[in-house]
Design a protein around this ligand. Structure first.
Ligand code: A3P
Length: 311
């Protein structure tokens, strides 16, 4: 679990990433689909650049930054390496995976993905919600599918402890005794934030989407996302962007399927399905988890819009 040292590391990363108008923050509990959302926003930016050549370069040059370096040690290692060679910090990567440095002078939009629970985000970046030019997209997913995906991720990622068993992992997941803490609390708190922002007249700042809704209608969801970002795409542009973001397209592309990441010993793009929890949960585990969801998510449950869940 991240302790004070980790908080200092995050703090350094976030100082590098102090919010700027035009930033989009993609927030999700691990395994809810933040990598997918990063590709989606990148694809929308790419098509926007094609259709708007005069202003497009800042979008086609967008930098993608991941502010969760304890589970993404590659970026940190590269920073240390670059600093030892007298270079400045790496602040992220362009759409081709090339490093972008702190002293880079190009105008670039920033796509920043992170897993922070709301309270930590508010503590570490209190100013992030005050700039109306900063947009958020929260990706939620059926916590049971997240648990199964997270379990497999622990088994294939050398940077994470290998679980003793599925039973043990589920137990830890339920207690929130895993990296990034309780999944249910994460969703509940961020969902409440969306409602608070709406009540404060800032409805347009945070778009709440589910993995399930992306699966059900990727085209419709990507139209919502481009509208949220204020980027009008033609039907053709949107269709091109959608094509790049299907599971099959991402999985077949070595630049986007993470197969070159040496700490991964299995497929990062594993199944990409709704309802894979049925492959692991026993009947009893399912009953107990449903009770937990009802208890933890309470009235907010319907607002989470996991309507495609088959509990
Ligand atoms: P599974 O392990 O269930 O396959 P994150 O990026 O937050 O770590 O989430 C990873 C999960 O998102 C994995 O789930 C992965 O397969 C899924 N995913 C990534 N891109 C996807 C896409 N284009 N379509 C469907 N699922 C996708």
């Amino acid at each position: 679990m991240p302790g004070n040292d980790a908080e200092n590391i995050y703090k350094n990363d976030l100082d590098l990433l102090s919010p700027q108008s035009g930033d989009v923050y993609l927030v999700a509990y691990p395994k809810a689909g933040v990598t997918w959302m990063t590709e989606i926003v990148t694809a929308i930016y790419r098509e926007y650049a094609v259709e708007n050549r005069s202003v497009g370069r800042e979008f086609s040059n967008a930098v993608r930054a991941h502010a969760f370096c304890d589970v993404c040690p590659m970026a940190r290692r590269r920073n240390v390496h670059n600093q030892s060679k007298g270079n400045t910090n790496v602040v992220g990567f362009d759409a081709n995976g090339k490093e972008v440095y702190e002293n880079d002078e190009q105008k670039r939009r920033r796509i920043i993905s992170l897993h922070f629970p709301l309270k930590r985000m508010e503590k570490m970046m209190p100013e992030v919600f005050t700039d109306d030019g900063v947009k958020f997209i929260y990706v939620a997913r059926n916590p049971k599918d997240i648990a199964v995906s997270y379990y497999h991720f622990h088994r294939m990622n050398e940077a994470l402890p290998t679980p003793e068993s599925w039973e043990q992992f589920l137990d830890d997941f339920v207690k929130g005794d895993v990296r990034w803490g309780s999944c249910l609390e994460h969703m509940r708190e961020w969902n409440k934030k969306q409602h608070d922002l709406s009540a404060a007249g800032k409805r347009g700042q945070l778009l709440w989407l589910t993995f399930e809704s992306l699966k059900k209608d990727l085209h419709g969801a990507m139209r919502l996302i481009s509208n949220h970002l204020g980027l009008n795409l033609s039907d053709k542009g949107l269709a091109n962007a959608v094509k790049r973001c299907t599971f099959a397209s991402m999985k077949a592309d070595p630049n986007r399927n993470h197969s070159r990441n040496t700490i991964f010993k299995g497929d990062f793009l594993r199944k990409g399905k709704v309802g894979d929890w049925k492959s692991k949960f026993t009947v009893e585990q399912n009953i107990n988890f449903n009770k937990l969801m009802a208890r933890e998510l309470g009235n907010n449950f319907s607002h989470l819009r996991l309507e495609d869940d088959e509990v």
